[in-house]
Design a protein around this ligand. Structure first.
Ligand SMILES: Cc1ncc(COP(=O)(O)O)c(C=O)c1O
Length: 371
């Protein structure tokens, strides 16, 4: 990887003066204003380095495009993604973030009789949306390693399950189920049950090419894989994502989408970002470095943590969540909200190297400060 320190500073928007300079550039995903003392935003599972330099460069000159619709370019992007994933274009559906294709899949494959089956400690937007449209969710607990428990899920499959949602790697735990076991699980599903695999964080893991379930889509199984430009591509604000599914399923997803057209800047950014392999490698390595730092701190402090592979770590700070969050924030570090059912565990997003240095100083102080 040949990003040198100067480039890295440019990438992360940092000046050589260090942390004091970075503070105004950071903001919390859910807060309107930047807190005065914020040194690190480790709350929102975004990519602190993105977007890639070439994407930034291209976007600078494209603002004049936004008075137009951009159907042709959008079609080209679908073609580009299809080539990238090794499928035909009728396998790809673009969405406003992967959220849109996830929600459209739920709309398409649940009903008053058909429920979503998923784990109790996973991406909460899925049950929230399902319940919001008046449909039901069946939960099974995650296993002892906080992974999706495929045997427990299998035992709950019946006529009432329309769709099984598996987040791999899982949010907020970061854990991954073994890809081969997931393939066996998917192959064992009844014909009318859809498996929805959310791979939002997969590209942060080391064996992402081996572990994707896209090969299963190619074989024509009832599998929908979702991907996003919000994470390793660093384009969360652009709202670009897509699903990869057999053509008949993709058609059904499209018919349940709210809007067929994407914003031109997002389309341009995604198209360029898809080719930024070196940048993605850099971000993948940084996420791993950050995870290892957090794992080591947990080991030193005697804290339990989930062995995650995404750009975040889920850990037990051994104090009430509100207390942990408040104490971290007082020292300038924003962390995520609490996640049921492990309400007192904390999710730490991996920030820039500089942010993680702040975390490494502040975290033990906070842990040791609690009686
Ligand atoms: C597991 C998971 N899936 C999907 C999303 C949705 O992301 P987006 O709509 O930005 O692609 C998120 C966002 O944080 C997520 O954590």
């Amino acid at each position: 990887m040949n990003i040198n320190r100067r480039e890295l500073m440019k990438l992360s928007g940092m000046g050589v003066a260090g942390l004091a300079v970075t503070a105004p550039k950071i903001r919390s995903a859910f807060a309107g204003d930047i807190p005065q003392n914020q040194l690190a935003d480790l709350s929102g599972n975004e990519n602190p380095y993105g977007p890639a330099p070439l994407v930034r460069e291209a976007l600078g000159g494209k603002i004049e495009m936004v008075n137009r619709y951009f159907y042709a370019k959008q079609k080209e992007l679908v073609k580009q993604i299809a080539e990238h994933e090794g499928v035909t274009t009728d396998h790809i559906v673009l969405g406003a973030g992967s959220s849109e294709v996830l929600c459209a899949s739920i709309l398409a494959y649940t009903s008053s009789e058909k429920r979503v089956l998923t784990a109790d400690q996973s991406y909460s937007a899925i049950p929230a949306f399902t319940n919001g449209i008046g449909r039901k969710v069946v939960f099974v607990p995650v296993d002892d390693e906080l992974k999706f428990d495929l045997n427990a899920l299998y035992s709950r499959i019946n006529n009432e399950i329309g769709l099984v949602y598996i987040c791999n790697p899982n949010n907020p735990t970061g854990t991954m189920v073994d890809a081969d076991k997931l393939r066996d699980f998917s192959a064992s599903m009844p014909k009318n049950t859809i498996i929805l695999i959310d791979e939002a964080y997969l590209e942060f893991s080391e064996n992402f090419e081996r572990d994707t379930m896209i090969d299963f889509v190619k074989k024509g199984h009832n599998v929908i894989v979702t991907r996003t430009f919000s994470k390793i591509h660093g384009l969360a604000g652009m709202r670009m994502g897509y699903s990869i599914a057999p053509p008949n399923i993709s058609k059904n997803i499209v018919s349940h989408k709210m809007c067929k057209f994407m914003g031109p800047l997002g389309v341009v950014a995604a198209s360029i970002s898809l080719k930024q392999f070196e940048f993605h490698e850099f971000c993948r390595n940084k996420a791993k470095e950050g995870r290892n730092l957090v794992f080591n701190l947990c080991e030193q402090l005697g804290l339990d943590y989930a062995y995650g592979v995404g750009n975040f770590v889920f850990l037990d700070p051994k104090m009430p969540h509100a207390e942990f969050k408040k104490r971290m924030k007082m020292k300038g570090v924003d962390t995520a909200r609490s996640f049921s059912p492990r309400k007192d565990w904390a999710r730490i997003t991996i920030g820039t190297t500089e942010e993680m240095n702040v975390f490494a100083k502040v975290f033990p102080e906070v842990i040791n400060s609690y009686p």
